[in-house]
Design a binder for this molecule. Structure first.
Ligand code: GLN
Length: 241
């Protein structure tokens, strides 16, 4: 078993330890004997979305978002085809915003998004900062995801499902109680933390999806998650008790 991870623009999009998402994905594969190759994709560098099993895109400042938006626009068709074909994607915060129609900055500049998912983002004067708990459905069962958010953008969903419902924190915009977005195997979230180390159930869900897309059954061997579970539970208690 072998998976290829594409880590998009790691030098530009790596807020609040977002790289930890790739580390957690890779490590939880390796502990199970699944081999993983990580391809770091940098501005102007080559990338094959078709040869990729898990694509990760992290958060960044408005300036970095602008740089990447124009580069990704040139690769839109290939990325869209891969997503339609079930490519497993995790996009966080600035990376999430890039997949929508646009991001309107506080200064009134419109950063064009890829328009792959039906949502848009407008910046608000007050940043939405703090710890978050979200109820999401993974594989038919309800799960609580925890993370940390820090964004000026308010995202409003159109014809696309949210990732989950906000239990604590702001989520997409601080008003409609929704967090993230989800389409096929594309998962978008405002949650840094980083998200995957803090939520091993989500990590395993994404690994399983990537394996299933390659024709495998996606059943994963159990790991000793005592410490991960305790860390997760401590945050859940702190936020929801
Ligand atoms: N620039 C975006 C915002 O502030 C994204 C920030 C981030 O990725 N944390 O909304």
């Amino acid at each position: 078993m072998h998976l290829t991870v594409c880590h998009m623009y790691p030098d530009l999009l790596n807020l609040y330890g977002d790289r930890g998402n790739v580390i957690a994905f890779v490590q939880r594969c390796r502990w199970r004997g699944i081999r993983v190759t990580v391809r770091e994709v940098n501005l102007g560098g080559p990338v094959s979305f078709t040869g990729c099993d898990f694509l990760f895109i992290g958060g960044g400042s408005d300036r970095e978002q602008q740089l990447i938006a124009s580069e990704l626009a040139a690769r839109l068709q290939e990325l869209q085809a891969a997503m339609e074909d079930g490519l497993v994607v995790l996009a966080i915060c600035g990376g999430y915003q890039l997949l929508g129609h646009y991001y309107l900055t506080l200064e009134g500049r419109k950063i064009k998004g890829l328009g792959l998912l039906d949502f848009y983002t407008t910046a608000g004067a007050r940043r939405l900062i703090g710890n978050v708990a979200v109820e999401a459905e993974l594989n038919g069962s309800k799960s609580v995801l925890v993370g940390f958010e820090n964004h000026g953008g308010r995202t409003f969903l159109g014809a696309v499902e949210p990732l989950g419902k906000v239990l604590r924190g702001y989520g997409n915009n601080g008003t409609d109680g929704l967090e993230g977005a989800r389409y096929k195997n594309v998962y978008c979230s405002y949650l840094h933390g980083p998200l995957l180390p803090k939520n091993p159930a989500l990590t395993d869900h994404l690994i399983s999806l990537a394996l299933q897309r390659k024709g495998m059954d996606g059943k994963l061997a159990d790991l000793d998650d005592t410490i991960e579970r305790q860390a997760h539970e401590a945050m859940v208690q702190r936020l929801l008790a």
